[in-house]
Design a protein around this ligand. Structure first.
Ligand code: FAD
Length: 247
């Protein structure tokens, strides 16, 4: 049985009317960058729970979660109403295999995300191990509107710290946005425009690719990469592509 502990919101970050982050104080078992736990609220006899990835590297004294309020969602409107000092339930044991220790060696690390699924990649990048293991790192973030390109201060500090080894590529699908690519990630891989922007090809020899977020994006991106000769990364058959669906 999973153990639940009480957590306390210590800070909220408002990004947009629907995007927010919660910093939570809670006594949790050790976890790895890229993993997720469950947050829950008690409603009478019922505990309403959902999975959320850690955005913070595991060494920080708090746990940070990046969420989108789903209109008519069962849990997120209530999580979105939590204020500093409010309590919630947190599963103490994290889980998940979207972690660096599941990846074979490689030269280039591509981190492809949509929406709030940039979170586990920010945890990995901030933690630093990804920069020790890979020569070139690319963070791709697909959103609908430019205002959803969040965590810019952290991303800018990574760019400043690591220089040309680290590239950040935002995608905005529903409006033109300065510096962002238009459209969707799999279409840009098929067209070669993402590779052109980064100045690097996908290759079975050198690339490790992690994909996280919207299941349609995850599936289509995987198909695009398979067509380029990359293979799924499985424990029994190491390859290039590791994935996590958010729903
Ligand atoms: C491994 C894992 C990690 C996750 N980590 C996060 C996270 O860090 N942040 C986060 O916001 N969500 C995350 N999710 C999704 C989260 O668990 C919930 O599904 C989400 O918060 C919706 O909960 P709800 O009860 O409000 O909506 P529900 O009533 O359960 O409605 C679910 C529907 O909401 C939509 N939806 C769910 N998640 C998202 C999303 N992230 N972006 C856009 N639409 C979505 C889908 O259409 C889905 O069918 C994760 C899911 C998994 C499986």
């Amino acid at each position: 049985m999973a153990a639940w502990v009480e957590g306390r919101v210590i800070e909220r970050i408002e990004w947009t009317p629907t995007l927010f982050s919660l910093r939570v104080a809670a006594e949790l078992a050790p976890y790895k960058a890229g993993q997720f736990t469950k947050l829950a609220l008690q409603r009478g006899e019922q505990r309403v729970q959902r999975a959320y990835s850690f955005v913070n590297p595991p060494t920080t004294p708090y746990h940070e979660f990046y969420l989108v309020k789903i209109p008519d969602g069962e849990l997120t409107p209530s999580l979105g109403a939590l204020q500093p000092g409010d309590s919630l339930l947190v599963q103490s044991q994290a889980t998940g295999f979207l972690t660096l220790d599941e990846l074979p060696a490689g030269r280039d690390l591509w981190l492809l995300s949509t929406g709030t699924a940039i979170g586990p990649f920010l945890a990995m990048l901030a933690e630093g191990e990804a920069f020790r293991r890979f020569e070139n790192l690319v963070l791709v973030h697909g959103v609908r509107k430019g205002e959803e390109l969040t965590y810019q201060a952290l991303i800018t500090s990574l760019v400043e710290q690591h220089g040309p080894r680290f590239r950040y590529v935002p995608f905005v699908s529903r409006e033109a946005w300065p510096g962002a690519m238009e459209g969707r990630i799999p279409a840009a891989i098929d067209a070669g425009s993402l590779q052109e922007r980064v100045g690097m090809a996908f290759s079975a020899e050198h690339s490790q690719v992690m994909i996280c977020g919207n299941p349609a994006m995850v599936k289509e991106t995987q198909q695009s990469l398979l067509a380029l000769g990359l293979a799924k990364n499985l424990r029994r058959a190491p390859g290039n592509i590791s994935m996590e669906n958010y729903w």
